[in-house]
Design a protein around this ligand. Structure first.
Ligand SMILES: [Zn+2]
Length: 426
């Protein structure tokens, strides 16, 4: 294992510190490293750059097992490393579904074999994601994968009694239920946000209330059983208001927003290009502004990518037939810089909180989301905020190309990523 000197970089608070890395740990930190082995270190030039704790994604679709043609744990890990991530959370909607200890251990081992970041499997709440009977939640929690986050993502846990039982169950080991808030009856056949654009295009609408009604119900249920709920990919101003209200009441709720919902609106659907078709859908400019405000004031705790790889044939077709979802690991940092930092809404310390510290806390990922202190594992990312780059879907590390940002010039370049003291990107 090599030792490294990260030289000339600034930390999130702006202070300049060099870091000496050996045996996977931060061994020394300061303006002049004095370690006796410094001469043998590989020097990483971080001048004009920021050295930040590695990003942690709480919501990633890695597609293995079952759809290895679109992504594998290895290709997804490469994509994550390129985006500055040192931990991903593999959603359970694989084939077979990750609803047993066997499947979550398989995904966990694939992540370890890939060795490019931590891959924490998320367990399904219900068997087969069908919303009826609880999956092997206890066995998954006790497995080698030590699952703490459970989600039927892709599907909503619609039955309130099932949600109540799940919330009661996960209390035993301080787990959390991550809810994909979408009332199935209110969104049958829905294709995009319900509003002016959907009526104009003649596409079946997806009303904000379908998301907000489930969020409201679930924060009340979490309060009632005194358990932890996490709201996936918030998209509406009303949803932000409900979470703000719930937090003020002391309810144990956390929430996430995706980079694409921080930037894009339902106007994109006017192109009929299915690359913009996503679940939950892109909303209005007023929603985008409320999401940014919610992320800045901490109502929304974290940014998650909802990286959702799909094959070309599922995205280059008619809007109605196209699959929902976008890839996002490699563009997440730049979109957050563009929408939240360059706009003056957040500081770099806030960004570290929303993209590393807070997601690691929610998922109970103990070796992730830590301050860059002596003795901490060297999980970090080096970014240069003053450089920009042009997104090219043909150059992504993901196996899929369904990025809505193709051709766009974005600020912020991930110079290097380090996972447990090994360089995984750069
Ligand atoms: Zn989802």
């Amino acid at each position: 294992m090599s030792n490294y000197l990260i030289k000339g970089g600034a930390l999130a608070d702006g202070s300049k510190r060099d870091l000496y890395i050996a045996d996977g740990l931060i061994v020394e930190k300061g303006s002049a490293i004095t370690h006796p082995a410094i001469a043998s270190a590989i020097v990483i030039d971080a001048s004009n750059s920021l050295v930040l704790p590695g990003f942690v994604d709480l919501h990633t679709h890695l597609r293995e097992p079952g759809r290895e043609d679109t992504e594998t744990v290895l290709s997804g890990s490469r994509s994550g490393a390129a985006g500055g991530f040192t931990a991903l959370s593999a959603m359970a909607n694989t084939s077979p579904v990750a609803d047993t200890a066997g499947v979550v251990e398989q995904v966990f081992r694939l992540g370890q074999e890939a060795g490019l970041c931590d891959v924490f499997p998320i367990g399904a709440v219900t068997q087969g994601l069908l919303g009826k009977s609880l999956s092997e939640i206890g066995a998954m929690a006790q497995s080698a994968a030590r699952v703490r986050v459970f989600s039927d993502d892709g599907n909503c846990v619609a039955d309130p009694m099932v949600m109540r039982r799940a919330l009661e169950y996960i209390k035993q080991f301080d787990g959390v239920i991550a809810q994909h808030a979408q009332d199935p009856d209110l969104t049958q056949g829905a294709q995009m946000n319900e509003g002016i654009v959907s009526s104009r295009l003649g596409l079946r609408g997806w009303p904000a209330v379908a998301e907000e009604a489930i969020i409201a119900r679930d924060v009340l249920l979490a309060d009632h059983v005194q358990s932890r709920i996490h709201i996936c990919h918030l998209t509406t101003a009303g949803g932000v208001e409900i979470v703000r209200w719930a937090k003020a009441r002391g309810i144990q709720v956390t929430a996430e927003v995706t980079p694409h919902h921080l930037l894009l609106t339902d106007d994109e659907a006017i192109s009929y290009n299915p690359v913009y078709k996503v679940n939950p859908p892109l909303r209005t400019q007023a929603d985008v502004m409320a999401l940014r405000e919610g992320l800045a004031d901490g109502t929304i705790d974290i940014v998650s990518t909802d990286h959702a790889p799909h094959p070309t044939e599922s995205k280059e077709c008619e809007w109605q037939e196209a699959a929902f979802g976008m890839i996002g690991l490699e563009t997440a940092f730049s979109i957050v810089q563009a929408t939240m930092i360059d706009s003056g809404l957040m500081t770099w310390t806030d960004l570290v909180n929303r993209m590393s510290i807070a997601p690691a806390k929610i998922g109970k990922y103990e070796k992730q989301g830590l301050d860059l202190m002596v003795g901490s594992p060297a999980n970090l990312t080096i970014v240069n905020p003053s450089l920009s780059w042009r997104v090219d879907r043909d150059l992504v590390k993901s196996r899929s190309r369904n990025t809505p940002f193709h051709g766009l010039e974005l600020p912020g370049v991930v110079i290097a990523t380090m996972f447990n003291g090994n360089v995984t990107h750069g």
